[in-house]
Design a protein around this ligand. Structure first.
Ligand code: ASP
Ligand code: MG
Length: 458
């Protein structure tokens, strides 16, 4: 029996947050917690900025960023620890910051930043936070042991988005983590960071600490995985858009995966996979409000009277319309279109087709003019940005009648550009103008969440 507790960046952002985390861990001591921590909030962004500045040869700018990070960590340590532990940890953090600065000087001298080197730079965030937090936990009387996640989580060499080798990681976790748990120790690991079998540092992709937590939970057959962040759980919609948003008490992995993709930033979608396979519940909890029971994500949910669990919106979407009369009765046309998207490494979100046209949505951040130019060799192409995908998610969509009519009649004045009822059968998605998002979300929330099943919603 064990529980994996992952604390995100805001949950360890400073000394006060780290002390709160320590108390939350203490409340779980009887459940053999293994702790995964992110870098202090915004640290990964700063490291990324430092690496990029160095790559442009801006050494001073790059080192100014790490100086700021250094001070922030030193301040936290000075608030958390007393001499002589303070002195020892301060020295070890200083040595790590010196190594980081050396690395950045090297990058700026070469004006070259490879994905492998970037992973090395980014790994400092979690290496520093986990070492510091383990010490802080000890200072609060917890028997914490710092474990370098790079000795436990094994990946391929796909830097920036490395793919974990679950079998290999499980062996290492049994070797390094299980004995600590058995001895009543609390292992503290940095999330996000990993290594190849030959020991080269890798990262699991932005937000990857959740992934680390899920890999550890699945390997150790934990009873629960807790994702501690700064929100009370997953909500029926973005409370900033719609103040009457409610907390979802329980939803399925499939529903959570749809929502994670649609910008419910609480969770990294890939998190869910190792946990799903082992049927381990994942909890989304608030470290600033630990009394709130959060959101529990499980394999199967009981049917409820509400057709939907949540409404999500994803903005910054571009619609690409591809029209070709050649497509009439032809085969292989879609393949040639999608080959172009693949060549541009451009993920496609939503697809609608008719006999002679295909409309797809892509993130507006992609280099769309180049993509469109390539597509134009096959067909007539138009694209239009400032769109949003609105998505209603719920297992109860399966088999429900008349739901689409209810959805669209709730937003009579909103211009609908594309409609897709997902193959997963648990979402209805459509594309609207970005500017219409607040109004559409409010109207839909009113329509579908004014009365809710108290078992499922808070
Ligand atoms: N620190 C990493 C990031 O900001 C990983 C994480 O926090 O999940 O992406
Ligand atoms: Mg995160």
């Amino acid at each position: 029996m064990s529980v994996v507790m992952k604390f995100g960046g805001t949950s360890v952002q400073d000394a006060a947050a780290i002390l709160r985390a320590a108390e939350i861990v203490r409340s779980r001591l009887h459940r053999a917690p293994a702790v995964v921590v992110s870098a202090l909030s915004k640290v990964t962004d700063c490291l990324l900025a430092a690496a990029r500045a160095a790559a442009l040869g801006n050494r001073e700018q790059s080192l100014a960023i790490t100086l700021g990070l250094r001070e922030r960590h030193y301040t936290a340590v000075s608030e958390l620890l007393r001499a002589p532990i303070f002195t020892a940890l301060h020295e070890s953090l200083a040595a790590q910051f010196d190594a980081l600065d050396d690395l950045l000087r090297g990058i700026s001298a070469l004006e070259e930043l490879t994905p492998r080197t970037l992973d090395n730079v980014l790994s400092f965030g979690e290496r520093l936070s986990s070492a510091m937090i383990a010490e802080a936990f000890r200072a609060r009387g917890l028997q914490a042991t710092h474990v370098d996640a790079r000795s436990c989580i094994s990946t391929d060499a796909n830097h920036g988005n490395a793919v974990p080798d679950l079998a290999r990681s499980a062996v290492a976790l049994e070797k390094y983590i299980r004995p600590l748990l058995n001895a009543g120790e609390v292992p503290v690991l940095g999330g996000f960071i990993a290594a190849t079998p030959s020991g080269i540092t890798t990262t699991l992709g932005r937000g990857g600490s959740d992934f680390t937590a899920a890999i550890i939970g699945a390997s150790l057959n934990s009873t629960d995985i807790e994702i501690w962040s700064d929100v009370d759980g997953m909500m029926t919609t973005d409370p900033r858009i719609c103040p009457s948003a409610r907390r979802i008490k329980t939803l399925t992995f499939e529903e959570a995966a749809e929502l994670a993709y649609f910008g419910a930033k609480v969770l990294h979608p890939a998190t869910l996979l190792p946990a799903v396979q082992k049927d381990i519940p994942v909890w989304v909890l608030n470290s600033a409000n630990p009394a709130c029971e959060g959101t529990r994500i499980i394999a199967r949910a009981a049917p409820t009277s509400n057709p939907f669990k949540a409404i999500a919106a994803k903005t910054s979407i571009t619609i690409v319309d591809i029209v070709a009369t050649r497509m009439l009765m032809a085969h292989g046309f879609l393949e040639s279109i999608f080959a172009v998207f693949a060549r541009h490494r451009c993920p496609v979100d939503m697809v609608c087709t008719s006999e002679v046209s295909v409309s797809v949505t892509v993130d507006s951040t992609h280099a769309i003019p180049a993509l469109a130019a390539d597509l134009a060799r096959l067909a007539d192409v138009k694209y239009e940005g400032r769109k949003a995908i609105l998505c209603l998610v719920g297992e109860n969509i399966r088999g429900a009648r008349g739901l689409a009519a209810q959805v669209f009649s709730a937003i009579p004045d909103v211009d609908i550009r594309m409609i897709s009822q997902g193959a997963s059968e648990i979402n209805i998605s459509f594309v609207i103008e970005e500017a219409d998002v607040p109004r559409a979300v409010a109207q839909l929330h009113d329509r579908f969440f004014s009365e809710v099943d108290p078992e499922v919603f808070a």
